[in-house]
Design a protein. Structure first.
Lengths: 547, 315
């Protein structure tokens, strides 16, 4: 295929032009782009807050910003990164783009609802940005009461409304995915022929639908207590501050799995493609996603081991939290085993995937320290926790997101990104990440509490290492932004299937036509049939795909 | 050696036990992280793509391996659970003969009062070799009492008492941090724990002249707030007698029984209607706003001192 034929062929990007054709689109692929632009924007906003935090922590004194500003910075960093980047990132960008194509459908079940969810997300984001511009919020992303509901003098209500509104976009996206995966699979696409990416998103969608309403109502209650002094969480008014923590973590712990499960789905696709092997133990990997989703709802109390909740409740939560290690370990071992006797290449997406396995392993293992209650008493609310969850949310989830973006970039744009620079960027991110966050494990065990603007001088060396790492990490994140935009115009033409990957999305041109496929595929093989030359689906004769 | 510490001081009876479990966790983690890394590197290098059109054979899976890597992590995590849970129980169960000290936290300071009456701000002096139990509450938001060298931490909540205990093993000064985010000056809510040999601690305790014990201060409050007009020692008053009450089971009007602990006494002062003792009318007014958290702690100390032997000895 040469440039001319590519430009003549009609696809989802050139089918119509103009801002209206994007803002009123119901094409899941275009909506994925709307999300891509939005979450990228929030990622760099959140990253800006992180940069200022790391600059402040270069010295033990509070010299760059004031205490109040520092508290707002870590709050806004958490709020933007969690609610406006991590939660929507993989599902709303890659999930949106790929799920219909992976199951052989023309779109999601509810295309207009899909567009509505992006608008809802944007309105929520706008509220939060307004809150930030108006002076910010200083409660921490956890909004612990009674600080958030009574004592804080910042824009709690605006921020909470933003998160409340955005929650509905998660619920609608989850609902859309569940219905689509149940009802719109192409003929022959049985559950056990689905790519693991789809399984992971199915599990994520369940959490979206069941968990998000709880955070919505909880934050609404914080708003009600703050505005109308209804006694719900503040003991002065007859409320119970621990009730808030129970409700908050009942959502926010599963939310961690909202952030990591889609990433695990991405990694399964990358590992399979770049080792040309079917995923070792497919069913175990698929069901471990559901296992994590279910267990995720039963472990919220591990955020409250030192809070004053019953000691016996603490023990039950410790036991259940330990069990999460099992489906996680199953995944890691199966991915590793997939490499065995494979044909492993080291393209940028694979570097992200291999990095993911390493960082997720460290993140997961350090989670055991926190689940082990005797040790948690010491490391709770210290930098140990910060390091642990950044290994999961940044080291794992963001690596998976970037790996996925690189992998499907040729499909989304029809262009290749520059491979050499991309590999370098992946390595920079891996090294920068470890230098940033590994020292924080040591800081945590030494006892440095989180959310400290000023800290004792003996912690400075480790903090300087961490800040140095963050500057390397920042370079690693800016590079893809530059070369991916560059590749939109100057990248080599990708062709239908540059990675020789299996999966229905690779059997349609890049970029795909608006309807994804010209005729409905009939699926005849399992996912990941890398050992054969046959595609996963056949297309009814007489109606060939245009290539 | 490095110019900065890698490991915190061990200065309490549980510190070494927490560190032992920590070392176990580190060993397991290093083992598995290394195993995974080596496997990935070995597989990735050994099975690297040598020609563009390689088509490796399919391997579907292996049930034996799946069982292996389900059972081994399950076994190991159960060891971690049992070990951690036993330790947790030790960390949060104060011994009976503990020295009892009260802590009131507020934005952004720690107020400490010793039973003998000595007051401290952002400092806590304690002796070595004796368990110390802190009964803590907050006047505003949630705080958390964290001493890294002791490996203990407990949230301090408004509206109730939480406790933490430790037994210092090494004289010296240790950092006290507030580890639950509590507002603007959160990182300024720090203090020091001064651990002294018992003899020096006694000297320190008696160092300040003209202090009155918490129980005596509580008794004064008890009279000033006119509690003594209803809570007669004889039991003939409008309120239940308080002598010998502490630690006993109380029969409530609704048929339930509760143990008269610190939290119960505090609640009965601030929300008297919440738990009515059987046989008494719900006539006690609330003392909310009339007495500070420090004052309530003094009254609690006074009520705790009201034992039958104690009153007899007085007579």
């Amino acid at each position: 295929m040469n440039t001319q034929t590519m430009e003549r062929r009609q696809h989802y990007l050139n089918v119509s032009y103009g801002i209206r054709s994007w803002l009123f689109t119901t094409d899941h692929k275009r909506i994925a782009w709307l999300y891509l632009v939005s979450v990228t924007f929030f990622f760099f906003i959140g990253g800006l807050f992180a940069t200022l935090i790391r600059l402040e922590l270069l010295t033990p004194q509070g010299d760059l910003v004031q205490a109040e500003t520092y508290n707002k910075l870590f709050t806004m960093h958490g709020v933007t990164m969690i609610f406006f980047f991590l939660i929507p990132s993989i599902p709303a960008v890659l999930g949106n783009f790929l799920i219909p194509m992976m199951i052989g459908a023309r779109d999601l079940a509810f295309p207009r609802l899909n567009l509505a969810s992006w608008y809802i997300y944007s309105i929520g984001g706008l509220f939060t940005l307004i809150a930030a511009a108006a002076g910010g919020v200083d409660t921490g992303w956890t909004f612990y009461t009674p600080y958030s509901s009574i004592y804080s003098n910042t824009h709690v209500v605006l921020t909470v409304v933003g998160i409340f509104v955005t929650g509905f976009s998660s619920i609608l996206t989850g609902l859309n995915f569940i219905v689509t995966i149940h009802t719109m699979r192409a003929p022959g696409m049985t559950w056990f022929r689905l790519p693991l990416f789809v399984w992971a998103h199915y599990a994520t969608s369940i959490i979206f639908v069941l968990g998000t309403p709880v955070i919505a109502i909880t934050l609404l209650l914080v708003g009600l207590e703050r505005v109308f002094h209804l006694g719900i969480f503040d003991p002065e008014l007859g409320g119970d501050p621990l009730l808030f923590q129970h409700l908050f973590w009942f959502y926010s712990h599963p939310a961690v799995y909202i952030m990591i499960l889609p990433g695990m789905g991405v990694i399964s696709e990358l590992i399979a493609c770049f080792s040309r092997k079917r995923i070792f133990g497919y069913e175990f990997v698929a069901f471990s996603s559901l296992g994590i989703a279910v267990l995720g709802f039963l472990v919220w109390g591990h955020h409250m081991f030192v809070s004053g909740q019953s000691l016996y409740a603490g023990m039950i939560f410790s036991l259940l939290s330990m069990l999460v290690a099992i489906p996680s370990a199953v995944k890691v071992f199966n991915w590793t085993a997939t490499l065995y006797k494979g044909s492993v290449s080291f393209d940028a997406p694979m570097l992200y995937a291999l990095g993911f396995i390493g960082l997720f392993t460290i993140g997961g293992l350090t989670g055991l320290f926190l689940a082990s209650i005797g040790v948690d008493v010491h490391v709770h609310d210290t930098y140990f926790v910060i390091a642990h969850f950044h290994y999961i949310m940044v080291g794992s989830a963001v690596m998976a997101y970037l790996g996925g973006i690189h992998f499907w970039w040729p499909k989304m744009t029809g262009r290749r990104y520059p491979e050499a620079v991309a590999r370098v960027a992946a390595l920079i991110i891996f090294l920068g990440f470890n230098l940033t966050f590994f020292p924080q494990f040591i800081l945590g065990y030494l006892g440095m509490p989180r959310r400290y603007h000023v800290y004792p001088p003996e912690f400075q060396v480790l903090n300087v290492m961490s800040s140095a790492g963050a500057s390397i990490l920042a370079v690693g994140y800016v590079l893809p932004l530059i070369y991916l935009i560059w590749s939109l115009r100057y990248g080599a033409i990708a062709g239908m299937n540059p990675w020789k990957a299996k999966g229905l999305e690779w059997q349609t041109p890049s970029p795909p036509p608006t309807d994804n496929f010209d005729v409905t595929p009939i699926v005849v093989h399992e996912a990941y049939g890398y050992e054969t030359d046959e595609p996963q689906a056949i297309y009814p004769p007489g109606k060939p795909l245009h290539v | 050696m490095l110019g900065f510490p890698l490991f915190p001081d061990q200065a309490s009876s549980v510190a070494a036990r927490v560190d032992a479990l920590f070392y176990f966790l580190v060993s397991v983690s290093v083992f598995f992280a290394t195993l995974i890394c080596i496997l990935i590197i070995v597989f990735a290098v050994r099975y690297r793509r040598r020609s563009e059109n390689e088509q490796p054979p399919a391997i579907v899976g292996n049930l034996g391996l799946e069982i292996l890597w389900t059972v081994v992590p399950l076994g190991l995590t159960m060891v971690m659970f049992v070990w951690g849970a036993k330790l947790f129980f030790v960390i949060y169960h104060p011994p009976i003969n503990s020295l009892e000290i009260t802590v009131v936290a507020k934005q952004w300071m720690w107020k400490v009062q010793h039973p003998e009456g000595r007051l401290e701000i952002d400092e806590l002096h304690i002796p070595t070799g004796r368990p110390v139990k802190l009964t803590m509450t907050s006047q505003d938001v949630i705080h958390s009492f964290f001493v890294p060298a002791f490996r203990v931490k407990r949230d301090v909540l408004p509206g109730r008492y939480t406790t933490v205990w430790f037994e210092a093993t090494k004289a010296g000064e240790y950092q006290l941090f507030c580890s639950q985010y509590c507002g603007t000056q959160h990182s300024g809510m720090v203090g020091r724990i001064v651990v002294m040999e018992p003899a020096r601690y006694q000297t320190w305790l008696s160092g300040e002249t003209a202090v009155i014990s918490m129980a005596s201060a509580g008794e004064k409050l008890f009279q000033r707030l006119a509690c003594n007009t209803c809570h007669l020692e004889s039991g003939a008053g409008r309120g239940p007698p308080l002598v010998g009450l502490f630690g006993k089971k109380v029969q409530l009007q609704n048929g339930q029984t509760v143990t008269a602990d610190e939290n119960y006494i505090r609640e009965s002062i601030l929300e008297p209607q919440a738990k009515i003792t059987a046989g008494y009318a719900p006539i006690m007014p609330t003392f909310k706003g009339l007495v500070s958290e420090d004052g309530i702690m003094q009254i609690v100390a006074y009520i705790k001192s009201l034992t039958h032997e104690g009153t007899q000895a007085k007579k």
